[in-house]
Write a protein that binds this ligand. Structure first.
Ligand code: 13P
Ligand code: SF4
Length: 303
């Protein structure tokens, strides 16, 4: 089947099944081009719950589909490639978290949504990069806060809020490949450019930036900022997303090596197969989902 035929068949099946296609901002260009909605992890989990469609083709990674499924237990959340995981989410498991909670028995547990449903079930409030500062600020001063799994996001939030956190030592492998030297060289090559970086980058990269933002924040910043060239310190696929939004502006990846292999596992053929079979559905055991839902809802209420 040619690519045009694959896309046509996707659209036809989508209409027959009443399915909506959601795509994370890091998806490959072909998926970004067919998605009904693109967004950051917070946007997508909210959208999955709000949209009337009973079938959602979720083009992202496993924890995102799990979050959508927890928020919308009646809906079919389909991740076209079940093997698309997030290595950072797997850097903390329930035993790790329980033993940390055992050492800090009065702590409030804040977990990045990049975590498994089982870990969320032991969490008080989730956060994304878009709302992590607000989430920490919502916790009364003086309370001990456990933060995981991302040590970079944890370090940034701690700097922004002035709060001391007990931070788990996880990290995002692709974001660690972004280094300050490359950003400095790009700033010299593109005078007048603005540098925006994701809080999953290391501290030495964040200090080089004009703005530290999640992927949704980057889209807003590029639109509001009076510059025509931006150096983008996050997963390299973000540049295509930004170019789609602002074709008149130029977006340069801070590192071409910062590629999330898991995000790239979803292809048009896999989306088509999942619409044909309505599989594989992301399922979270009901008792885990019930315990994890509160932590996600608390985050959504905070904003
Ligand atoms: P955003 O919430 O900023 O889209 O980030 C998700 C993610 O996985 C970043 O690596
Ligand atoms: Fe996980 Fe990093 Fe990929 Fe985001 S970019 S999904 S944090 S591995």
């Amino acid at each position: 089947m040619s690519e045009i035929d694959v896309i046509e068949r996707i659209k036809q099946l989508q209409a027959e099944r009443g399915a909506v296609i959601l795509g994370h901002n890091y998806q490959v260009p072909k998926i970004q081009d067919i998605a009904d909605h693109l967004g950051d992890s917070l946007d997508l989990s909210r959208l999955a719950a709000r949209l009337p469609n009973e079938t959602i083709i979720f083009c992202g990674v496993h924890f995102m589909a799990e979050t959508a499924s927890i928020l919308s237990p009646g809906k079919k959340i389909i991740l076209p490639e079940p093997d698309a995981g997030c290595p950072m989410a797997d850097m903390i498991n329930v035993d790790d978290l329980l033993s940390l909670k055992g050492k800090h028995t009065d702590a409030v547990v804040v977990m990045y949504v990049n975590s498994t449903a089982a870990v969320k079930a032991e969490t008080d409030i989730c956060c994304t990069s878009a709302n992590a500062v607000k989430v920490i600020e919502s916790i009364p001063e003086g309370r001990t806060i456990i933060f995981g799994p991302d040590r970079c996001l944890g370090g940034w939030v701690s700097e922004m809020t002035g709060r001391e956190l007990v931070i788990w030592d996880g990290y995002c492998p692709p974001h660690q490949l972004i280094i300050p030297e490359e950003i400095q060289a790009l700033r010299e090559k593109y005078p007048g450019s603005k540098v925006m970086v994701h809080p999953e980058t290391i501290a030495a990269v964040r200090t080089e930036a004009d703005a530290v933002l999640g992927t949704g924040g980057m889209i807003r910043y590029a639109g509001e900022t009076d510059a025509d060239t931006f150096i983008v310190g996050t997963e390299a696929g973000m540049c295509y997303r930004l170019e789609k939004e602002y074709p008149e502006k130029r977006f340069i990846p801070a590192s071409k090596r910062a590629v999330c292999r898991n995000m790239k596992k979803i292809t048009l053929e896999k989306v088509l197969a999942s619409l044909e079979t309505l599989e594989p559905v992301t399922r979270v055991p009901a008792d885990t989902a019930d315990r994890a839902r509160g932590a996600i809802q608390r985050m959504i209420e905070i904003g």
